[in-house]
Design a protein around this ligand. Structure first.
Ligand code: PLP
Length: 392
């Protein structure tokens, strides 16, 4: 590290902790024969008809910028999909912005709304990008810890107790990464009463909405009085196995979307046109392939839940996304030690729970977006490891 250069780096950037997941990816890359349950990425290749739509778009010469907001046809398809799934209606011309993944939509939403010193409530354990993105936008992160005992659910009284005169936003993510928790409609409704009473805004990251295995997904914007004060984020990475295409979107009231588009038009211009064409095909004809993938994740989910029970590791039953979050305290190791030694001794990669905030300590995240064969072998190795540590 060169001190002279480091001094010139923006202190906000310097203060952001490095991603705990990235460090493990580097270790995994250096170790041979590893089975990775670390990555939050579908193991399926994007369905062929979607790839074909992209190839066809190139053959037809679709190689230009699109409108800053994204292809109108894609925005119309997004609006139809949301109206059909949740009964929430958005004007494709004013209330939808196509982005480079949910990641960019999140960044734009936070930069458009957060003023320096604004407080942003984030239930924990939480997806690794939320806190750093809030910090980059100049905001202050206020974590709201959730526990396995309470099904990793957030409660209205917790939200209320954390609100100050600087609170501006609540960031939600259900189905949840890393816990797999899904919130009941009643619980969300109670929280939204508090949100409305204190005039807060919600950023609801619903990237795993389609991957809900038990119960029904509740779209936060569809709850009474919530459409105007919610920025709904979603995308194609998880449900359609399209992580590398980088297409997401934000829906919200026209003023919020206009503010986000203002930043987008100078910093990104638009999402890549070929990927937008592929996303359009996914919405038009992608449901059967998506449902096949979801059925497969669900089969794996059962395998994983049973395996952790057999190992003697308490594990909250995930009801959505594709992660299990077993508690590893009985091994006597911290979550980082567990992940590190498991990788060294058994060549299985998992993510230490503390990467998702301090309330993730004592847990590890295992993605079941891996084939049943790989999953079976990884779980066998983990069981061996846990037994050696004296559990059961
Ligand atoms: N939001 C959550 C909760 C995620 O888990 C991820 C990826 O793991 C993202 C957003 C990033 O999505 P995208 O690929 O659309 O940028």
């Amino acid at each position: 590290m060169n001190e002279a250069w480091c001094e010139r780096i923006n202190p906000v950037v310097k203060n952001i902790p490095s991603s705990g997941i990235r460090r493990f990816f580097d270790m995994v890359a250096e170790t041979r024969g590893v089975i990775s349950l670390g990555v939050g990425e579908p193991d399926f290749v994007t369905p062929w008809h979607i790839r074909e739509a992209c190839i066809y778009s190139l053959e037809k010469g679709y190689t230009m910028y699109t409108s800053n907001s994204g292809l109108l046809e894609l925005r119309c398809a997004i609006a139809r999909d949301l109206a059909g799934s949740y009964g929430v209606t958005y004007d494709p011309r004013k209330e939808i912005l196509v982005t480079v993944g949910v990641s960019q939509a999140l960044d734009l939403a936070l930069r458009a709304l957060v003023s320096p010193g604004d407080e942003v409530l984030i239930p924990e354990p939480s997806y690794v990008s939320y806190a750093p993105t809030v910090m980059l936008a100049g905001g202050k992160v206020v974590p709201l810890p959730t526990t396995m005992e309470e099904g990793f659910s957030l409660h209205a009284h917790q939200v209320e107790a954390a609100i100050t005169s600087r609170t501006k936003l609540l960031v939600l993510c259900y189905p949840n990464n890393p816990t797999g928790a899904v919130m009941s409609r009643e619980n969300l409704q109670e929280i939204m009463e508090i949100v409305r009473a204190h005039d807060l805004i919600v950023i609801s990251d619903e990237i795993y909405d389609k991957l809900t295995y038990e119960g029904q997904h509740t779209c936060v914007a569809s709850l009474p009085g919530m459409k105007e004060r919610t920025i709904l984020l979603n995308g194609f990475s998880k449900s359609y196995a399209m992580t590398g295409w980088r297409i997401g979107y934000a829906c919200g009231n026209p003023d919020f979307i206009a503010a986000m588009t203002k930043i987008h038009q100078y910093t990104m211009l638009c999402a890549p046109i070929t990927a937008q064409m592929a996303a359009l095909e996914a919405l038009k004809n992608g449901r059967p392939a998506m449902e096949r993938m979801i059925r497969e994740y669900n089969r794996r989910r059962h395998v994983v839940i049973h395996a952790f029970k057999d190992m003697g590791l308490p594990c909250f039953e995930p009801r959505g996304a594709f992660y299990a979050f077993p508690e590893i305290r009985a091994t006597g190791l911290s979550s980082e030690e567990f992940a590190e030694v498991l990788l060294q001794e058994e060549k299985v990669a998992v993510v230490p729970g503390n990467a998702f905030g301090s309330s993730g300590e004592g847990f590890v995240r295992c993605s079941y977006a891996a084939s049943l064969e790989e999953l079976g072998e990884a779980l066998r190795r983990m069981a061996q490891f846990v037994r050696r540590l004296g559990v059961r």
